[in-house]
Design a protein around this ligand. Structure first.
Ligand SMILES: NCc1[nH]cc(CCC(=O)O)c1CC(=O)O
Length: 322
């Protein structure tokens, strides 16, 4: 029996669920036992709005533990990772991505179009706030944060005070709670966050045996999609709490596999809404993301991002409000 690999994870139900899935998949594929090691992050300790907490609050404690060798590898929600590379670390695998779309959970089983003017919708992410306003439905959007159960209670609990919340479908799926979804939002209306629904499995570069072992979990199409979406985000010099959306789909086209990348930059009040798309081959995923970002910048994306507050270009702000 080999010594267990130590998988560092945040202690939230969602983090434990996704780390548990990765641990099981790795053991199933390689026979290696894996033990979960809980790491407390600044993001878990603080109740402050996430955009005030600074760079990668949910991520840095896990990365510190990797550097200190108290864990061997870590699983992150990919969309929470800063776009800057982490020296000495390597994303050894991007497992098959979950449904990247956002989900509406509304009272009385309502869908988006069934919400009346003035309905109060909770979400913390600027990207979602901006797109809800851009619908022009007179929705009242109110910032919320907290774990998935806390957010759901704002709509479904005995003290419910909101008409609806918007959250990542993937998070609900990993917790086995898709039963509460009243509508999975069409990306035409609510384009997801870059890398939403994807996980990043990270280890140290100086652990080549583990880099090789973890590669069994990698899913090439999921990685290509994430590379395209994150290249767009990085080129816009925006962090994961900026009002930037990106979604890459892979499909079999006439000329073989094609990637179709959509990107959007929306002002928080929804009055400026830039949306573009671009196609190419998966091998060029990063170039497609960069080129689409350049087109958005040509149309004035930087002035929207400059307006959007703490996450504008030139600032180093990666705390997720998602
Ligand atoms: N920072 C919050 C966060 N990070 C990852 C997910 C779950 C979905 C995913 O893996 O993208 C969520 C919750 C949400 O956005 O509702």
């Amino acid at each position: 029996m080999s010594t267990p690999l130590r998988l560092g994870t945040r202690g939230s139900k969602l983090a434990m669920a996704q780390s548990g899935h990765v641990a099981e998949a790795l053991t199933a594929a390689t026979g290696r036992p894996v033990e979960l090691v809980e790491v407390v992050t600044a993001g878990d300790r603080s109740a402050a709005p996430v955009h005030r907490l600074g760079v990668g609050v949910f991520v840095s404690a896990l990365r510190d533990a990797l550097a200190a060798r108290t864990i061997d590898f870590a699983v992150h929600s990919y969309k929470d990772l800063p776009t800057a590379a982490a020296p000495g670390l390597h994303i050894a695998a991007v497992p098959p991505r979950q449904d990247p779309r956002d989900a509406l959970v509304a009272r009385d089983g309502r869908t988006l179009t069934e919400l009346p003017p003035g309905a109060v919708v909770g979400t913390g992410a600027l990207r979602r706030i901006a797109q809800l306003h851009a619908l022009g439905m007179q929705l009242e959007v109110t910032p919320i944060r907290g774990n998935v159960d806390t957010r759901l209670a704002r709509v479904l609990g005995p003290e419910a005070d909101l008409d609806a919340v918007v959250l990542a479908r993937a998070g609900l799926a990993r917790l086995g709670r898709t039963d509460v979804v009243t509508e999975t939002l069409d990306p035409m209306l609510m384009l997801p966050a870059p890398a939403q629904g994807a996980l990043a499995v990270e280890c140290r570069v100086d652990d080549p045996d583990l880099v090789e072992l973890l590669a069994v979990l990698d899913h090439a199409p999921s990685r290509a999609a994430v590379v395209a979406e994150r290249a767009l985000l990085a080129t816009l010099e925006a962090g994961c709490s900026a009002p930037v959306a990106a979604y890459a789909e892979l499909a079999e086209g006439d000329a073989g596999e094609e990637i179709y990348l959509r990107g959007a930059v929306i002002s928080p009040d929804g009055t400026r809404d830039l949306r573009l798309s671009r196609t190419g081959t998966p091998a060029d995923a990063a170039e497609i993301g960069k080129a689409l970002a350049a087109e958005l910048l040509d149309l004035g994306a930087d002035s929207i991002l400059g307006q959007a507050g703490p996450t504008g270009p030139g600032t180093q702000q990666f705390g997720s409000t998602e």
